[in-house]
Design a protein around this ligand. Structure first.
Ligand code: XIL
Length: 341
């Protein structure tokens, strides 16, 4: 079989995955698999705020640089993730942001100045704002009260108001006129009332940003899918088209699948169910006009879903929601993606 990257490319698509600098350095088999299968990579941690600026004014780009060197060596493109986010904030950041509007603006500008100039030659696509939409009632991870309408209550929002999003996109465009600027979010894929409301919220935000000429090029749909949720291709296709009708590209940025409760064993049945869902989802995304798809990791063994599980004893009891299994064997999900491209 050809690598997924080549199958995708041959049909006008791009396949990529998230990976960490540590895995590239310490797990040669995983690194070889990513080198073979992915055309595009995204740092799972190294380009987040806490990684890049652990203390104010002290930038630590080495882990990201290591990943960028690896990508350059294997001729992979790299997405940047993420400039403005409520998670992965260093301890000092929320404190600084609480010190007033001009202070917050200064912090954002200093971070963008340094990071965007440092990565200018290697990263041409950035998640400028990650996860700005508030989770509606009924979501898995409900937000505490305090959300400002459609927007999630975050230290950035409290410092700069709802306009923090426009401010961030303008600041990014000002520093690099040809960068693809992306707004990335999750929880908009399922056929459920909270997902439907989150789609409405996201579309309202996008329409508002477009109406005000805020420089924004693309929307990233994370696609952390869950087997227990219903998926309706027609609804999702219409959503992707609604975004594209605003003149925005759509990327699938973090695809993986959470099973209901990873039962030990019965891999063929579980893998078949996951593959069916992934095929339906990816086909719908492409039908809607998405041309790029990344998975959040590539092997179940190093999935963040594994790290997050309360009990994860070994290969039998991890979620099987990525294209390769614990032993780096191709799964039915790999085939589902190959068919969808
Ligand atoms: C996750 C990483 O995979 C974890 O290792 C880390 O502990 C937390 O962040 N949405 C995002 C990603 O935008 O940055 C998150 O990544 C997963 C959810």
């Amino acid at each position: 079989d050809l690598p997924l990257a080549e199958i995708a490319q041959g049909r006008g698509f791009t396949y990529g995955c998230a990976v960490t600098a540590r895995l590239l350095a310490e797990e040669p088999e995983l690194a070889a698999l990513v080198a073979r299968e992915a055309g595009l990579i995204v740092p799972e941690y190294e380009a987040k705020f806490a990684a890049l600026q652990p203390e104010e004014g002290r930038f630590d780009t080495e882990p990201l640089d290591a990943l960028l060197r690896w990508a350059q060596h294997f001729r992979k493109s790299v997405r940047g993730h993420a400039l403005v986010w409520h998670n992965a904030m260093p301890d000092w950041l929320p404190i600084a942001l609480a010190e007033g509007r001009s202070r917050a603006q200064g912090v954002m500008e200093a971070h963008f100045d340094r990071v965007l100039s440092h990565t200018r030659d290697r990263i041409r696509d950035w998640d400028v704002v990650n996860e700005p939409i508030a989770n509606p009632p009924g979501s898995d991870v409900p937000e505490p009260a305090g959300n400002s309408g459609d927007l999630r209550d975050t230290p950035w929002l409290r410092a700069l108001g709802p306009d923090y999003i426009a401010i961030a996109f303008r600041a990014a465009r000002q520093r690099d006129a040809t960068l693809r600027l992306t707004l990335n979010d999750y929880g908009v894929e399922a056929d459920s009332p909270p997902a439907e409301e989150k789609r409405r919220r996201l579309l309202r935000l996008l329409r508002d940003l477009r109406a005000r000429n805020v420089p924004l090029d693309a929307v990233g749909i994370q696609a952390h899918l869950q087997m227990r949720e219903a998926f309706n291709p027609a609804i999702f296709i219409a959503f992707v088209r609604d975004i594209r009708a605003l003149g925005l590209q759509v990327l699938i940025t973090e695809l993986d699948v959470r099973e209901v409760r990873p039962p030990v064993g019965d891999f063929p049945a579980r893998d078949a169910a996951v593959a069916l869902r992934v095929h339906a989802f990816a086909s719908a995304a492409f039908e809607g006009g998405a041309r790029t798809l990344l998975t959040w990791g590539i092997s179940d063994r190093w999935s963040w879903l594994f790290n997050d599980q309360a009990v994860a004893l070994g290969p039998g009891d991890v979620h099987r929601g990525l294209p390769f299994d614990w032993e780096l064997n191709r799964k039915q999900m790999w085939r589902a993606l190959a068919r969808a491209f």
